[in-house]
Design a protein around this ligand. Structure first.
Ligand code: AMP
Ligand code: MG
Length: 402
C-alpha cells in the first residue's frame, strides 16, 4: 500500500501537459496559459482624467477662487482640439485624455459656471497631477502581465483583455473516456430489478471530469465480461485519459487489473493507504496514456478522483498541483481512525468568527452516495488519530473549487 502524498507525486510525474492550442480569450476561462501575456501598449495609453470636471493648469488654480475661460469640452474617446493656454480650462469627463498644456483636473463639484457663460469659477486648488492617471502608470509596453502557467480566472481574463490578448496560448483540455463496469448496472432512467443498481457513477464521474474543465466521453457501461470489457477499454484508450469505475477489488469478477496488465499497463499506484478508496489504480499504457481505475462504491470513487484524478487532469492542463488541506473547526464528531488515512464527507462553511468550519454529515459508508449529497469538503484524518469532536481543529480538502 502506498501513502497518498507519494501516490500524488507519482501521478504528477507521469501527467505531462498534452500540448498547447490557441484560444480566443472569450473561451479561455479556467484554462492555463502556456505562454506569457505582455502589455502591447502602455496602460493607461495616455494621461487620463479620473473625474468629471475641468482640466486646468495647476499654476492657474494655486489661489482660489479664480475664474478661468472655458475653451472646450473633452469627452471620453476624444482628443482636445487645441492646447490649453494660461487662464484657460476645458470641461472634461472621466476617462478623457488630458489636453496638452493642462496638468490637473478639478472636480465639477468644486466649480461653478459664470452667469455670463464662457467662464468657470474654480473653488478648489489642485496640485500638478491632481485627478490625472499618467500614461503607463499601471504598466509600460512589454511588461509581463501574466506568466505562463497561470490559470485564467475572471481577474486574469480582465487583465489579459486590457493587455490586448484577444487570442491566448493555453494548454489543451483532455478528453476523458469513462467506462463503468458491472453486470448489476442499469441506466438511471430505468427501474432496477431486485439485483440491479443505477449506474450513478457514470453521472458522478462526468460531473467531476467537467468540474476539472475536461471533456467527458461516457462510453456504454461494460458488464463483468472479459471480452466486452477489453473491447471497451480499447475504445476508451483512444481518448487522452481512460477512467474505469468498479471491478478493481478482490472479487472473482473484478477483471480490471488483469485486463489492464494484459494490455501492457504499468501500475504506478495500486492500493492506497486510504479509507475509502483503497483499491484505486493509477497506471500508464505503453504509449504513455493515463488510466485511472476507481472503486465502484460512489464515495470511494469520489475520493479516488479528488486525490489522484483531479491532480492528474490539472497537470495535463499545465498545472501540476494537488488540492491543499485547509484548517477548519470541526462541528460534530468523528471516531478514532485505524491504520489508514481516512476521509469523511463534510459540509464546509465560514462561521461568524470568519473561520472555516467543517460539519460532519450523517453518512453511512462508501456506498452511501445519498449521504454525501450536501458534501462540499472531505475531512482528512491521519492514521491512528484519536476521536475528535466539536471545536477540535481538523484538516479538510475543499471540493467544488472552480
Ligand atoms: P466494485 O468496485 O465493482 O466491486 O463495486 C463496489 C460497489 O459499488 C458495488 O456495490 C457496486 O454495485 C457499486 N458500483 C459499482 N459500479 C457502480 C456504478 N457505476 N454506479 C453505482 N454503483 C456502482
Ligand atoms: Mg463490480
Amino acid at each position: 500500500m502506498i501513502e497518498v502524498d507519494e501516490a500524488q507525486r507519482i501521478v504528477l510525474a507521469h501527467a505531462r501537459p498534452l500540448g498547447t492550442v490557441e484560444a480566443s480569450l472569450a473561451e479561455a476561462l479556467y484554462r492555463t496559459l502556456a505562454a506569457p501575456i505582455r502589455c502591447d501598449l502602455d496602460d493607461p495609453p495616455f494621461d487620463r482624467s479620473v473625474m468629471d470636471g475641468y482640466a486646468v493648469r495647476a499654476a492657474d488654480v494655486a489661489r482660489v477662487p479664480v475664474t478661468l475661460k472655458v475653451v472646450g469640452y473633452v469627452a471620453a474617446g476624444v482628443v482636445a482640439g487645441r492646447p490649453l493656454a494660461p487662464g484657460e480650462s476645458m470641461q472634461i469627463n472621466t476617462g478623457a485624455p488630458i489636453p496638452s498644456g493642462a496638468d490637473a483636473v478639478v472636480r465639477v463639484e468644486q466649480t461653478e459656471l459664470t452667469s455670463s457663460g464662457g467662464g468657470v469659477v474654480i473653488k478648489e486648488s489642485a496640485a500638478p497631477g491632481h485627478f490625472v492617471t499618467p500614461r503607463a502608470s499601471y504598466a509600460s509596453t512589454g511588461r509581463t502581465v501574466l506568466e505562463a502557467g497561470t490559470r485564467l480566472t475572471p481577474a486574469e481574463i480582465g487583465a489579459a483583455a486590457t493587455a490586448g490578448a484577444a487570442r491566448v496560448t493555453v494548454y489543451r483540455r483532455p478528453t476523458v473516456a469513462v467506462v463503468a463496469t458491472g453486470d448489476e448496472l442499469v441506466d438511471i432512467d430505468r427501474v432496477p430489478t431486485s439485483a440491479q443498481i443505477r449506474n450513478s457513477n457514470q453521472y458522478l464521474l462526468r460531473a467531476l471530469i467537467e468540474s476539472a474543465h475536461c471533456e467527458a466521453d461516457v462510453l456504454p457501461a461494460a458488464g463483468d465480461d472479459r471480452d466486452q470489457l477489453r473491447h471497451r477499454i480499447n475504445e476508451g484508450l483512444r481518448r487522452d485519459v481512460l477512467c474505469l469505475i468498479g471491478g478493481v477489488s478482490m472479487g472473482t469478477l473484478d477483471l480490471v487489473p488483469d485486463l489492464l496488465r494484459e494490455l501492457g499497463a504499468s501500475f504506478h499506484v495500486h492500493k492506497m493507504a486510504i479509507k475509502p478508496g483503497r483499491p484505486t489504480i493509477f497506471a500508464t499504457m505503453p504509449d504513455g496514456k493515463l488510466v485511472c481505475a476507481l472503486p465502484g462504491n460512489p464515495v470511494s470513487a469520489f475520493v479516488g478522483f479528488e486525490l489522484l484524478m483531479r491532480p492528474a487532469l490539472a497537470a495535463l492542463q499545465g498545472r501540476p498541483e494537488v488540492p491543499p488541506l485547509i484548517r477548519a473547526v470541526l462541528k460534530g464528531s468523528l471516531a478514532a481512525t485505524a491504520n489508514r488515512r481516512s476521509y469523511f464527507p463534510a459540509r464546509a462553511g465560514v462561521n461568524d468568527s470568519g473561520e472555516w468550519e467543517a460539519r460532519t454529515l450523517s453518512w453511512r459508508g462508501s456506498g452511501d452516495s445519498l449521504g454525501m449529497a450536501t458534501a462540499n469538503a472531505l475531512i482528512m484524518r491521519p492514521p491512528q488519530a484519536d476521536a475528535v469532536t466539536t471545536g477540535d481543529a481538523v484538516l479538510m480538502l475543499l471540493l467544488d473549487r472552480s
